[in-house]
Design a protein around this ligand. Structure first.
Ligand SMILES: C[S@@+](CC[C@H](N)C(=O)[O-])C[C@H]1O[C@@H](n2cnc3c(N)ncnc32)[C@H](O)[C@@H]1O
Length: 246
């Protein structure tokens, strides 16, 4: 059953932020930033240029629900980054760049911190062999001629590094290079194996009180298994998105 917005808000404040006024302030910052209007215009371009089916038989999509549900998730991602003030944040799964844009907007508002994102993109209309992506992959694509994260406003890109490749190959050397991290977000390959691998690698690098976030946690039990094994209770920030503090 979907988690009602009011319940999500209550659990977020009670279980993490402990300050309802701060959440209202973060929501206002997002609304006043113009990011949502920018993403809406980019989404219109996406649907004007992208049509069709993936090699696996599904419909193409942007990788993030837009409208209230998706932007609310973005607002919670923004709020986590504003409250945590990470110096080093790592994300897997960029696609068109909606979640990345919210994370970067918060870093800009913080005036500090850097985001490192890994993506292995699927391009709309391109021909791929059957084994190019994991078998459960949905239709998240970027338009032909665009790069992962193309929806991110230019003024937010200064604090961003994009690493192209599969997280299974790119995440270990990235974490090795970065040392301790403050925040990790998974939104790449939602197989049990990949999610468990990413959580394990990121958790080892995560500082105490750092935050681990995952999207599409309803695909399998990787998030709940990992949280249970580490005696943590995930806090929902959307229908399929949750996080916990180390
Ligand atoms: C659901 S989309 C990400 C959506 C994005 N976080 C947002 O909010 O707009 C997943 C992305 O991960 C990419 N991907 C799939 N398998 C991957 C892998 N093994 N490593 C890295 N990226 C992968 C997909 O091609 C796609 O670009």
């Amino acid at each position: 059953m979907a988690t009602a917005p009011a319940k999500v808000e209550r659990e977020f404040v009670d279980g993490f932020l402990r300050d309802a006024a701060a959440l209202a302030g973060y929501r206002r910052e997002v609304e006043e930033s113009g990011l949502i209007e920018h993403l809406e215009r980019a989404t219109t371009y996406f649907w004007d240029t992208v049509a069709g089916e993936t090699a696996r038989g599904g419909r193409y999509n942007t990788g993030r629900v837009t409208g209230r549900e998706g932007y609310d998730e973005g607002m919670y991602l923004y709020s986590i980054v504003r409250a945590l003030r990470p110096s080093v944040a790592v994300e897997t799964g960029v696609c068109n760049g909606v979640s990345t844009a919210f994370l970067l907007l918060a870093l800009k508002e913080n005036g500090s911190g850097r985001l490192y994102s890994i993506d292995y993109p699927e391009i709309a209309g391109a021909d791929y062999g059957p084994d190019e992506f994991w078998e459960g992959k949905g239709g998240a694509v970027i338009p032909k001629g665009k790069k992962p994260g193309w929806m991110i406003p230019e003024e937010l890109r200064e604090s961003w590094e994009l690493i192209l490749g599969r997280s299974q190959e790119r995440l270990p050397p990235l974490l090795e290079r970065l040392g301790e991290i403050d925040l990790f977000m998974h939104d790449s390959e939602h197989s049990y194996e990949c999610m468990s691998f990413e959580f394990g690698a990121a958790y080892d690098a995560l500082r105490v009180d750092g935050v681990l976030i995952a999207d599409d946690i309803t695909q399998n039990t990787a998030m709940s298994d990992f949280a249970t094994a580490h005696d943590r209770t995930p806090i929902p920030i959307g229908v399929k998105m949750a996080f916990f503090v180390k």
